[in-house]
Design a protein around this ligand. Structure first.
Ligand code: DGJ
Length: 751
């Protein structure tokens, strides 16, 4: 059991392999306080740490200074308005309008395993993998019962958190702010790490010193968003990929969120994470329970890389449920960048024929196949194939694709409605809108109010009909706009504040039904690129489209940021045509392939029109994917160099869990004149293992005589020990030109 309780000291200790988390109930009233979180410690009786804060002011000994106690005490789940002036974890409003709230410990239980959260994604673990602590607290004046859930994983440094609220009174209590996580840490001068971006520039790493006051990130766009990501890390100054202490906090939720680090007067920092309170309230009726989404905490004393690998393992083994999680995904070709809306059956068949001849395994038909959808301003909601484009509809197309030996995938955007659609003409009131106010359009579309049962049933019926109408092996579920003008005709005035969360619950319900009814379907979530790339969606789909920017160089930063928390196995990445549609850049086909290999791998181009020499390379790229796919899906990820920091080159490695094999990807972003070969100091290998190193051959290209390497021995001839590779490193030869890349495969050999 990784959780122990000392009755004498009223202290709990949660252990993971390398970290400990301690809490204590303090004073007669049972204030629940945070004691310690960090490197593993042996002793249980260290609640003096918490008492250090409380000491001169413990209320039972010093009633006149209760406020000082409240404002010093590292409360485990702090309320509002009773003297703790730091960021509260929760605020409620009672029927009388009062807002003061605070919790006291009442009881707890500890058990093996991990409970789920009703209607929401959550990590899962068996009784031999994790232990759970439930601490029941009470706010007696408000007749509110709050249960804090902690699960400590036995074989990884993860503690998950969640909270539930129960109204034990006779009147409605309005929850105004409810965080899933709150933790007070001593602050040695932390820095924050977050993932920020925009459409086509998602999840770029951003690091800042944590100053006094609050550092706050969040989204109230109705989804986790392109712009800010529900992830926040605190790290010690100077922490890098391999060194330093890092606390990573990630919210397993797909809607509005906030994450805040509040550094206050006594050099302590309170981290809170949960549903964004902006626009949120929840009317909790007598007897009702409200469960919060899960938040995961990862502690690493091996730098950012250690944190990343732990998140990767957590999500690969304890979050993604799809049967595709561990199996090869079919190499797909998607027609979006190939044709946009301008296609018909014959065009798709041409692409499919050529794709099949090159070894591609699935054709995905993207946006534009239904209703009168000739452009993005119409027909969302009319999920019937357009027979002018696709004579005989989906069954004929699917059959013809399958005859070519390919699987067939399809795109839908089920949550949306175009004003110019049959659905809107029939049900204008199904679009989200505030009565009397014209709702704002985005991409010329509105959002369906799926919090209403009849709308949700219609939406699910459409998805089910499409998928049941013919053989479809893959669905790309898109969402191309963020929420505005929220209001539901299905909610009374006092419950309107529930809308955003109910919307997310409806998305989860739709996706749960989908994966239950179509268990073999390969589902890829997407939101105008990567705006709903979050752990919530990962519970339903084993892969998520990373970004609409498919340029290999832009993708280096996007994929580096994404891989800070997510395993490569879930990052939707495709080889596209050049000049790239997002940035107009020309990159070698080989580099595009190597970068897409660090994700799900596929194509997004008109294979009938790309240059012959690119087409000829596809079978070899697919062979690479098949030989390294397993390693990439399951291996441990190590950052060797960061283009986002050095501005010149990028390098990462994926290493098998048993260290028997590694794949190193090196990208020379900018060529430099008169420069030596680059030294790559590898990581994560078996120091005593002997590795045979082979390198991919370079793409043919013109190389003037003056820069040739003069026949220096390529590393493929080398056999070196892991210790040598991790200390002396290998040389990546200078390549002539920009945007060039190379793969190094390392295989441990038996001697
Ligand atoms: C946004 C997606 O990210 C694209 O890949 C494509 O599916 C378009 N939507 C289609 O509208």
């Amino acid at each position: 059991m990784s959780i122990v309780y000392s009755k004498k000291d009223r202290i709990w200790k949660l252990d993971t392999p390398h970290s400990s988390y301690l809490m204590a109930a303090v004073d007669e009233e049972g204030f629940l306080g945070h004691v310690y979180y960090g490197n593993k410690v042996d002793d249980l009786g260290i609640d003096y740490l918490t008492r250090a804060y409380a000491h001169p002011f413990v209320p039972s000994e010093n009633a006149r200074e209760r406020c000082s106690f409240m404002d010093l005490f590292p409360a485990e789940y702090p309320g509002f308005g009773l003297g703790d002036y730091r960021t509260p974890a929760f605020c409620v409003r009672t029927a009388s309008g009062s807002r003061g709230c605070g919790l006291f410990y009442r009881s707890h239980k500890i058990y093996a395993g991990k409970p789920g959260i009703p209607g929401m994604p959550a990590t899962f673990a068996g009784e031999d993998e994790a232990d759970t602590l439930e601490i029941l607290c009470e706010d007696p004046e408000n007749r509110l019962e709050v249960t804090l859930y902690y699960t400590a994983f036995r074989n990884m440094d993860v503690i998950t958190r969640s909270v539930s609220f129960r109204n034990k009174g006779n009147e409605m209590i309005t929850l105004e702010k409810v965080m899933s996580l709150s933790v007070d840490l001593e602050d040695p001068g932390y820095e924050t790490i977050g993932l920020f971006g925009s459409w086509a520039r998602e999840r770029h790493i951003c690091r800042n010193p944590l100053g006094m006051g609050s550092y706050r990130i969040g989204s109230f766009r109705g989804e986790s968003s392109h712009q800010e990501h529900p992830f926040l890390a605190l790290c010690t100054k100077g922490a890098d990929s391999d060194h330093g202490q890092v606390y990573g906090f990630h919210f397993l939720y797909s809607g509005n969120f906030v994450a805040e680090a509040h550094r206050s007067q006594f050099e302590s920092v309170r981290v809170t994470m949960g549903i964004s309170p902006e626009g949120f309230s929840w009317g909790l009726m007598p007897g009702e329970t409200f469960s919060l989404p899960e938040a995961a905490m990862v502690y690493s004393s091996e730098g950012i890389g250690g944190m990343s690998r732990t998140f990767h393992r957590l999500y690969r083994k304890h979050l993604i449920r799809s049967p595709y999680r561990d199996t090869p995904r079919p190499v797909l070709i998607n027609n979006w960048e190939a044709t946009y809306f301008d296609f018909n059956t014959e065009k798709l068949i041409d692409i499919a024929r050529e794709a099949a001849a090159s070894g591609i395994e699935m054709l995905v038909m993207d946006d534009g196949w239904f209703g009168a959808r000739s452009y993005d301003d119409k027909a969302l909601g009319d999920w019937i194939a357009n027979e002018e484009k696709l004579p005989g509809g989906l069954p004929v197309l699917s059959e013809r694709i399958h005859e070519l030996g390919l699987k067939f995938g399809i795109w839908m955007e089920p949550e949306m409605i175009s004003p110019d659609s049959d659905l809107y003409r029939a049900h204008p009131d199904w679009a989200i809108a505030i009565p009397g106010r014209t709702p704002a359009m985005s991409r010329c579309q509105y959002v369906l109010d799926i919090t209403r049962r009849e709308v949700l049933e219609y939406v699910y019926g459409c998805v089910r009909n499409v998928l049941s109408s013919t053989r479809i092996e893959y669905l790309k579920w898109d969402m191309n706009r963020q929420l505005t003008d929220v209001f539901s005709l299905g909610l009374t005035a006092e419950h309107q504040g529930e809308f955003y969360h109910r919307y997310v619950l409806a998305v989860y319900e739709l996706q749960e039904r989908l994966v239950t009814d179509f268990p073999d379907l390969l589902l890829e979530n997407c939101s105008g690129g990567g705006a709903r790339f979050d752990p919530g969606m990962l519970y339903y789909s084993p892969q998520i489209w990373c970004s609409d920017d498919t340029d290999a160089i832009e993708r280096l930063s996007i994929q580096e940021g994404t891989a800070m928390v997510y395993p490569l196995s879930c990052m939707g990445a495709h080889v596209s045509d050049c000049p790239n549609h997002a940035v107009g850049r020309n990159t070698p086909f080989q580099t595009r392939g190597h970068v897409a290999l660090a994700g799900t791998f596929g194509y997004e181009l008109d294979i009938t029109r790309i240059p012959q020499e690119d087409r000829r390379r596809i079978p070899d790229q697919i062979a690479l994917y098949h030989s390294f796919g397993d390693l990439i899906r399951r291996g441990d990820y190590y950052r060797v160099a960061n283009y986002s920091e050095n501005g010149l080159y990028d390098c990462w490695a994926v290493i098998a869990e048993d260290k028997s094999e590694a794949l190193v990807t090196y990208v020379q972003v900018l060529g430099q004149p008169n420069y030596k070969a680059r030294l790559l100091i590898l990581k994560g290998l078996d120091p005593d293992g002997i590795y045979e190193i082979s390198a991919t051959s370079e793409e043919d290209h013109f190389e003037p005589v003056m820069v040739r390497s003069g026949g220096r021995k390529e590393p493929e001839a080398l056999r070196l020990s892991g210790r040598t590779l991790m200390n002396a490193g290998i040389l990546a030869d200078r390549m002539w030109g920009d945007f060039r890349s190379k793969l190094y495969h390392l295989k441990r050999v038996e001697l």
